[in-house]
Design a protein around this ligand. Structure first.
Ligand SMILES: [Zn+2]
Length: 336
């Protein structure tokens, strides 16, 4: 049985071409009227909202995305429980995947799995077994909806990635898995994982691709990709950066990198070693269209002529200010 995603990866490897992923879902749904703090996954089943989810998928497909992620980022039972929707885990994930499958036709549908939002014991209360079980429940819905690959993202704890991988494998052992982490804390994840450590650990899990997503914009992600590529020259790398560094405006994180800026960033991420390139929070189909155009129609950059935009030392100097900004953002999100 051939798998659409593995076939795409094989073509990319053989022909030396990048793969275009999609952009943001959450910020696009907010544009369409989703209220801050409301569960986006519920829109997968609301008769008057399903078409808005469909329209986001369509927008990215029309912009040239070869892979779209399902509207299920918060679709694990831990996050759904905050909205008393945990009993509908299977249904919400299956619906989000089924709409994507209808729109994508022969293109790749990736079943989006985000973090639980909980912390493992002993610091927190989440047990490994409960995490596996929760992610398995989500992955069963995604598989039933017809995804081609599981896409675990925005992770900061390696144990949680492992639990999600295990849960996904229990649900659908035949589907490939991608996992990306968010390196938004001085070049590390919130739980202190470095890009090199991520590669070392994740490469033991038999994943189809790994990488970085979300975070503080493409300047920091290119350093992550560079560091990952140094450790492992073989695994396909995913770069899915936010549309710039988040800025607080009226207590809300906003993103202001233009499509042109993200297009140039895409060429640099490609040169530093990324194969699967898309964007995260704050991006739109216009960003993806410009990135695709730059990646496919402009000559590739020569990596030996490039230097990292944000070298390690400067990232460390800037970290204090950034920590403060993140604390304000987190406070605003809790308030929402
Ligand atoms: Zn993001």
């Amino acid at each position: 049985m051939t798998n659409r995603f593995l076939t795409l990866l094989e073509h990319a490897r053989r022909d030396g071409v990048p793969i275009i992923i999609d952009g943001a879902m959450g910020t696009q749904l907010m544009e369409a009227g989703l209220l801050f703090g409301d569960p986006p996954e519920q829109w997968n089943v609301l008769p008057d909202k399903r078409d808005k989810v469909r329209a986001v998928y369509r927008g990215y497909l029309d912009a040239g995305s070869q892979v779209i992620l399902t509207n299920t980022f918060g679709g694990n039972p831990f996050r759904l429980k905050m909205h008393n929707l945990q009993a509908r885990t299977f249904e919400l994930n299956a619906a989000g995947a089924a709409i994507a499958r209808e729109e994508a036709a022969d293109r790749v549908v990736a079943g989006d799995i985000g973090p639980s939002g909980e912390i493992f014991e002993p610091m927190g209360t989440l047990t490994y077994a409960a995490a596996v079980e929760g992610f398995r429940a989500q992955a069963e819905g995604l598989a039933a909806g017809g995804v081609d690959v599981f896409w675990i993202e925005t992770m900061s704890d390696l144990r949680e990635v492992q639990a999600a991988v295990e849960g996904a494998r229990l649900a659908a052992p035949h589907l490939p898995i991608v996992a990306t982490m968010t390196f938004d804390t001085r070049g590390f994840t919130m739980m202190g994982v470095s890009p090199a450590q991520a590669v070392e650990e994740l490469s033991k899990l038999d994943l189809a691709a790994i990488g970085g997503n979300c975070g503080n914009g493409p300047d920091e992600l290119e350093a992550v990709i560079y560091a990952m590529r140094m450790v492992n020259s073989d695994l396909p790398l995913v770069a899915k950066s936010n549309a710039g560094m988040p800025k607080m405006v009226n207590g809300r994180a906003t993103y202001d990198a233009s499509p042109e800026v993200m297009a140039e960033a895409a060429r640099r991420l490609r040169a530093f070693g990324a194969t699967l390139i898309g964007a995260c929070c704050g991006s739109t189909p216009a960003h993806i269209r410009a990135m695709k155009e730059a990646l496919l129609n402009q000559p590739p950059l020569d990596p030996t002529t490039l230097t990292l935009t944000v070298p390690l030392a400067r990232r460390q100097e800037a970290s204090h200010e950034r920590r403060e900004r993140r604390a304000r953002r987190d406070a605003a999100q809790l308030a929402g």
